[in-house]
Design a protein around this ligand. Sequence first.
Ligand code: IVH
Length: 680
Amino acid sequence: MTLKEAQARHAQLVRDIRRYDHAYYVEARPLIPDLEYDRLYRELVELERQFPELVTPDSPTQRVAEKPMEGFRPVRHAVPMMSLDNTYSQAELRDFVHRVERLLPGERLEWVVEPKVDGVAVSLRYENGRFTVGATRGDGTTGDDITANLKTIRSVPLHLRCDPTDCPEVLEVRGEVYMPRAGFEKLNAERAAAGEELFANPRNPAAGSLKQLDPRIVARRPLDIVLYGMGVLRPAAGHRPPQTQWEWLEYLRKLGFKTPECAWFCRSEEELIAAVNELDAVRKNFPYETDGAVIKLNAFEQQRRVGATAKAPRWAIAYKYAPEQAQTKLKAITVQVGRTGALTPVAELEPVFLAGSTISRATLHNEDYIREKDIRIGDTVLIEKAGEVIPAVVGVVASRRTGAEKIFQFPRTCPECGSKAVKSLAADEAEAAVWRCPNPDCPAQIRGRIEHWCSRGAMDIEGAGEVLVAQLVGRGLVRDVADLYRLKVGEVAALERMGEKSARNFIEAIQASKAREAWRVLYGLGILHVGAGVAKSLCRHFPSLDDIFEATPEQLMQAEDIGEVIAQSIVRWRNDPDNRRLLDRLRKIGLNFQSDLYRPAAAAGPLAGKTFVLTGTLASMTREQATAKIEALGGKVSSSVSKKTDYVVVGADPGSKLDKARQLGVKTLTEQEFLKLCGP
Ligand code: IVH
């Protein structure tokens, strides 16, 4: 065969195989028998072996790279990948519609309702029809380059279905990678047979697969993709781009992408509510998990005018369906010891699939809860789960009782260390129901405190998973959080499932945490009632952690949102000599005790105690500058208008906040009035 003949045959084979792939993987409508397909595919492989110059990156043979990657290159998204605000009731959904209506007074609005696919968000970039880069969402601005992994997904077109004349020059399209329910069940069945731990839901293995460095492994995972979102479009010269979300979906389908199973076009609020209900009825039959509906304003031009907040568009919203329930058998009740010593009863369940995950454990809250609901071992129970929330047992199916069920005796000793359990004497009702292990040296509590210190919301020390922390505590290497900073690479590397490299990374992550803000240190200490918000508030009011720990309860209560219960809890904590020693050690280690949130002038300024809301564009300063000015003068800036707002500063083109201010009778200020109030 001459090169010329080979070229012609190659082009023909590529064209045919692309067409068959699209029919099979995107439309689920095979055009030819598998055997026939395999024959053509083998012919293409053979041809490319003889004429390697014919191989292009978008040939159907190039889906699975032969070599693992070294790491993921960062990719900056041309347009940020935003997230969505959530609503949980039809009333909130109507509020959203009314908000948009107010932003576009008198205009006709059309809506598109789509399923909210519970997968992993990705962005695909095509240049002149060829798939060039695929990326994860990352932080919304920059993601990881996972092109090689995405190519293994057969429904990702390596080449768009378009002629050279109408192929968009650049197209960035957004969607979700998911593991189909069927593939997920099969994967878990295989893992169960192999005695391996099961995946909790299809999203976890999908996300895990995309993070694999070896595309050959990814290729074996049953992944699929659905595309819905607009990133960037530079159409071919002379071509009119889609103007609406509805046209966009149509356009994506024509280019060969898989789009959501169903979408609804709505002209009114009522149609929209009906669509959301219809979707709820049919979504069980989709091949992927859905956790809600996404409602989008149809016209791109209107979307642009409505705009976005820092995080999410104002023209779209997610509507989350009510939590799903399932019935299963309560096999046993175990008791878990938390970092504060709280003994939490946990239901050990016959595994059951619910809202996207297989559930085998659920919380039973506390002893009183079990008694009030009369939950017995052996009962058929009702469990509920909403999104990321921990599943909970919500009741008993009384009709399934046999009489053989056993009443659970809540232990009076800590199941971890054997100490006698105590109940708090606090008046707080939630608190009064909790049994606690009073032993601060209880290994379960130590583990919990270390995990909390390292958690993302606190000191953000990567690598400190449950298994590693258990080993560190179990071997006596770490007894409190200060011990972490003394760990040596050799000690960590010697632990199970650790190597030199991961040990080194872990030690580096620990050292890096010395630079974290003081409020994270305070929150990381895990003092009862001191959450991240309380820690920040304290750090705004006091210059350093030492000042906080030297303060009287009355002084502590001067800080915003700090009441008696929190103040007492802090004082109780610092009165313990062990905790004082811990603070001394942490200070010596070099952790950050100076608060960078501290605002000294705050209490005295001319705007002291006043809450401001900004709307519209100011002429003399940016919104950030105005916020800084208000805060420097002792005031506070809030993002929404309420009865507690003192002033709404109104710039050019004000938004709905002005309406709200008028509605509530909140005083509004022009820019000049505002500047005058600030003083010279
Ligand atoms: S639109 C700027 N449509 O849900 C608009 N998102 O919770 C952004 N998602 O980040 C998204 N299905 O990853 C949109 N039909 C759909 C979706 C969808 C799933 C994901 C998406 C987004 C997240 C927000």
